[in-house]
Design a binder for this molecule. Structure first.
Ligand SMILES: Cc1cc2nc3c(=O)[nH]c(=O)nc-3n(C[C@H](O)[C@H](O)[C@H](O)COP(=O)(O)O)c2cc1C
Ligand code: SF4
Ligand code: SF4
Length: 280
């Protein structure tokens, strides 16, 4: 019984949101990475929250890992709510998640979008603070809504906007597909595969001291330290935790902005280490 909050987070925004909600409603926090690939996910909880970052809203906005989690979950007749955190625009992420849940026999009762500082674009300190303050207000709303088991709130793109943005999304989707196919160097035609392989373009500079933090914060254990340097294992969930939690800023990616190194100020590196899927 009770409420379980499942979360996925690369730079702490979604973990902050998940943790704040869990504290308010006395829920249990569970990292998605710790359960996702261990067979069907069953729980006695009567309510489930799913908190995650938006990845590629022009595609469907749902990270691979979260999609796998939802597909492996036994829904029954639980109250399910979701919160996605985004850096600007979540588009139809909540609607898309609702459709997957429905296809598994469940029902998404409510879905919220929380804007947080982007971890892929530079955001000024003032703007970051504004977003953190806005979250404090929104937390109250979500808390009351979920506590009352209300239904029907879906913070997702409406039909007129969807129609207006179709050509733009089509353009970005194709551009993203082409780009990931190229950097993954994969003969497959599956976006999920391309994402896993996209770590081929991560590299380190001479500031790497072999401390292993990148390996320890990777939620899916995709980094091994070999001869004092990280080596990526090609099942990357593209959360950017390794890049942003390296204490020396030593990790780079050909396509990743050098100006953006971010993590949520309320989250410590030890918090991130708690969401790993398994250990050696
Ligand atoms: C690979 C990737 C793709 C992203 N795509 C989007 C996007 O399409 N729209 C958006 O608003 N934010 C996008 N973001 C930004 C994140 O959704 C946002 O910063 C989120 O709050 C990060 O949460 P986290 O700190 O829990 O990982 C993307 C981030 C990454 C790493
Ligand atoms: S966290 Fe940074 S310094 Fe530490 S091993 Fe990884 S790349 Fe090197
Ligand atoms: S390798 Fe880096 S970007 Fe990929 S899943 Fe691990 S921490 Fe995230």
């Amino acid at each position: 019984m009770g409420t379980e909050i499942y979360y996925f987070s690369g730079t702490g925004n979604s973990l902050t949101v998940a943790r704040d909600i869990a504290n308010k409603i006395d829920g249990t926090l569970i990292p998605i990475a710790s359960v996702v690939d261990k067979g069907p996910i069953r729980t006695d909880a009567d309510a489930i929250g799913i908190v995650f970052p938006v990845h590629f809203s022009a595609i469907n906005g749902i990270p691979n890992l979260v999609q796998r989690f939802v597909e492996n979950m036994e829904m029954n007749s639980k109250y399910i709510f979701a919160v996605c955190t985004c850096g600007g625009f979540s588009a139809a992420t909540i609607e898309n998640l609702g459709k997957i849940i429905e296809s598994k026999g469940g029902k998404l009762s409510a879905g919220f979008t929380v804007q947080m500082p982007s971890n892929i674009d530079a955001v000024s300190a003032d703007e970051q603070q504004k977003l953190f303050d806005e979250w404090d207000n929104k937390l109250e709303f979500i808390h009351k809504y979920v506590k009352a088991r209300d239904e029907g709130e879906f913070e997702t793109m409406g039909l007129p906007l969807k129609i207006a943005l179709t050509p733009i999304f089509f353009y970005y989707k194709n551009k993203t597909f082409k780009f990931f196919k190229k950097i993954s160097e994969s003969p497959d035609s599956d976006f999920k595969q391309w994402v896993w392989l996209s770590d081929k373009r991560f590299f380190t500079d001479d500031n790497c001291e072999g401390c292993g933090t990148c390996s320890q914060v990777c939620p899916v254990h995709n980094i091994k330290i070999i001869e004092g340097r990280p080596e990526w294992q090609h099942h990357c969930e593209i959360c950017f935790a390794c890049l942003n939690w390296c204490p020396n800023g030593a990790i780079h990616g050909e396509w990743i902005s050098e100006e953006v190194r971010y993590h949520h100020p309320d989250i410590e590196v030890a918090d991130m280490m708690n969401q790993v899927s398994f250990k050696d």
